[in-house]
Write a protein that binds this ligand. Structure first.
Ligand code: ADP
Ligand code: MG
Length: 644
């Protein structure tokens, strides 16, 4: 909330305009919410390279306001009484040097004004501000989503006034600000409901006093707005500047790529270009139009717990809602756009939308269309598909986990980082490269691809040319066990259970298990077990290591190491299972220790080494050492011995 200053200021503007009527009242001065001031500064000075878009943003808001009133009036017709022709009027006053944008939409009362034009209501504001890079181009797509379009008016204005009256209320209000930290709110008068935004142009912005220029901007950016937009000088007759029909009702052949893009900006509140645009009319048992977009960047709310879709539902051109429509499953929640149904009743309620056969049917066909499109993109342009997958793959995988009806298609669409290629690979690619004697699909999961690629557990697989998938989305821990098997091959974590690589025919020739080396190592294995006690589940010689001396793996029936870490981080688990310590019989250090273990009097040395090896394996795993002081002591001892 904006914090109201206690001292009510007699603002010249607010006071003058308000004093004539019975509603005369004092203007209150309030400060913008702290974060707001900073955003405002960015929006007004560096965000957009093209100042023209201020008009697009104001018209977009007016259009939303008309949509919202038209919907509210379905149940409360008196709200729109006397004026049901929604429209937006742009007016130039050359003498006053103002451009105003007026609508007869829902309007705002005092509280609305303060909440909407003084604060950023969205959650995560602070985190968002931290993520700003200061690079205007990169920040644009983020900021656009934060609902700051209105402030773009300050790119061309030295003062902005908003005179507004909420539908169904008698009192109008005037908001006024120079965009520099504070604003005033005062009672005002307005003939009817709706909102007028008055831009007092900056000294050097006289270009916007030309009607033709404004009409051109409307045509260019706002043609898709489904309400008539007129442009006029102070005294002349208004002329409609846009087509005024809902974009999705027009034939595809008549819509340009730019028009689709501008509609996307408006409907999605996103500032990027759509990655995919899907426009179709389904006729038959159910009749609806859909205009859907896949963004080319991640929307900020993508991983919020509500997992809500933002696709807007219209019924016969009337906006109904963008909440809980049931039109798009949660695992496609990044899709933006509209669905306009001919079959649903205009007064359809939220409850009616749940389990509604019409929405269920629409949903099935929309999902099919979207997946068809993704299939096609994956085949035709794998680079573009990679961009998509990097943005939204983690969300699609939720559908696999949830057992969506389309699960098999989703599995085919899935892409992975892998040890066998630089780019992304599919499961079919993997199956195509599978080695003779390999019965499993190997994967390793963790937070970071590069760290994963360096995991010691991979060494043996790499040496044999056996591909391992590198999984870094938290959801991987859940869908992989849920799916369990692909093309008859079970998934298998390389950090769990025994890896019997000897039966796989590798590129590097056959190296069958070396029985002799193993029996020579037996005394060392026993000594390490004795030293570590219940700190480890087991100690054994490994054939998955080539370069590293040790690694940790989970027991066959135990939880995967990465999953356990995720659950502990989310406080869903407070214990850590003991792991199996695997040692590399071919490593020089292990060989030397093996030698020592067969001699007398080396027990203290082996004990220190055992603890250091376990700590080393934990560090490689990204875990802290068990006891830092103990670790430092043993380490110093070992180094001193080495130097001595
Ligand atoms: P966004 O449109 O993304 O929410 P804006 O900064 O453009 O962000 O607008 C902020 C809010 O101000 C809107 O969400 C709306 O509640 C309110 N608002 C702006 N213009 C109007 C208008 N013409 N009529 C009614 N409400 C408006
Ligand atoms: Mg807006």
């Amino acid at each position: 909330m904006a914090d109201a200053k206690t001292k009510p200021e007699k603002s010249a503007k607010g006071g003058k305009k308000a004093k004539t009527g019975k509603t005369a009242g004092k203007a209150e001065t309030m400060n913008f919410q702290a974060e707001m001031s900073r955003l405002l500064d960015i929006v007004a000075h560096s965000l957009y390279s093209d100042k023209d878009i201020f008009l697009r943003e104001l018209i977009s808001n007016s259009s939303d306001a008309c949509d919202r009133l038209r919907h509210a009036a379905l149940t409360e017709p008196e709200l729109a009484a006397g004026d049901a022709d929604y429209g937006i009027a742009v007016t130039v006053d050359k003498t006053a040097r103002t451009v105003s944008v007026a609508d007869n939409g829902i309007g705002m009362n005092r509280d609305d004004l303060i909440a909407n034009l003084g604060t950023i209501a969205k959650s995560g504001t602070a985190a968002f501000l931290e993520s700003l890079t200061g690079d205007a181009r990169k920040d644009t797509s983020l900021i656009g989503q934060f609902g700051v379009g209105f402030y773009s008016a300050f790119m061309v204005a030295d003062r902005v006034e908003v005179v507004t009256r909420r539908a169904g209320e008698d009192q109008a209000w005037r908001w006024s600000s120079d965009g520099k930290g504070s604003f005033t709110v005062a009672p005002a008068e307005r003939a009817g409901r709706g909102t007028t935004v008055i831009i007092h142009l900056d000294k050097d912005q006289d270009g916007y006093l030309a009607k033709e220029k404004l009409s051109g901007i409307v045509k260019r950016y706002s043609d898709h707005i489904p309400f008539p937009i007129t442009v006029a000088g102070a005294d002349d007759a208004p002329e409609q500047a846009n087509t005024g029909a809902a974009l999705w009702t027009r034939p595809k052949s008549e819509i340009t790529a730019d028009q689709y893009k501008e509609f996307y900006h408006h409907v999605a509140h996103m500032a990027d270009d759509p990655w995919a645009t899907l426009h179709f009319h389904a006729e038959g048992v159910i009749d609806y139009r859909a205009l859907l977009f896949v963004p080319s960047t991640r929307p900020l709310d993508l991983f919020q717990p509500e997992r809500e879709s933002r696709v807007k539902l219209y019924v016969k051109r009337v906006f109904i809602t963008d909440h809980e429509t049931g039109l798009v499953p949660a695992w496609l929640r990044f899709v933006r756009g509209i669905v306009d149904s001919e079959d649903l009743p205009l007064n359809v309620s939220r409850e009616m939308l749940q389990d509604n056969p019409v929405t269920a049917k629409i949903r099935t066909t929309i999902v099919k269309r979207l997946l068809d499109d993704l299939d096609k993109k994956a085949k035709d342009d794998s680079d573009a598909y990679e961009t998509f997958w990097n943005n939204f793959g983690a969300v699609l995988k939720e559908g696999i986990y949830e057992g969506a009806a389309e699960r098999d298609r989703l599995v085919k669409l899935a892409r992975f980082r892998s040890t066998a290629a630089d780019g992304l690979v599919s499961l079919d690619d993997y199956i195509g490269r599978i080695k003779e004697g390999q019965d499993e699909i190997y994967y390793i999961s963790g937070d970071d691809v590069d760290a994963l690629a360096r995991s010691p557990q991979l060494e043996g697989f790499r040496a044999k040319g056996v591909e391992v998938l590198l999984l870094t989305d938290p959801v991987d821990e859940f869908w992989v066990p849920m799916l369990g098997i692909y093309e008859g091959k079970p998934f298998k974590s390389v950090t769990r259970g025994g890896a019997d690589l000897s039966k796989i025919k590798g590129a590097g020739g056959e190296d069958a298990k070396d029985e002799k080396a193993e029996s020579e190592l037996a005394p060392l294995v026993a000594a390490i077990k004795l030293a570590l006690g219940d700190k480890v589940k087991d100690v054994r010689s490994s054939d998955r290591l080539t370069d590293s001396a040790v690694c940790l793996v989970a027991g066959e029936g135990d939880m995967d190491i990465h999953l356990e870490r995720i659950l502990r981080a989310h406080k869903q688990l407070d214990t850590a299972a003991a792991r199996i310590l695997e040692i590399n019989p071919k490593h020089a250090l292990i060989k030397a220790l093996g030698e020592a273990a067969r001699q007398d009097g080396k027990a203290p040395l082996i004990e220190d080494a055992a603890h250091l090896l376990l700590d080393q394996a934990r560090i490689l795993e990204g875990e802290p050492v068990t006891d830092a002081a103990d670790f430092a002591k043993r380490m110093s001892k070992a180094m001193a011995a080495g130097l001595g």
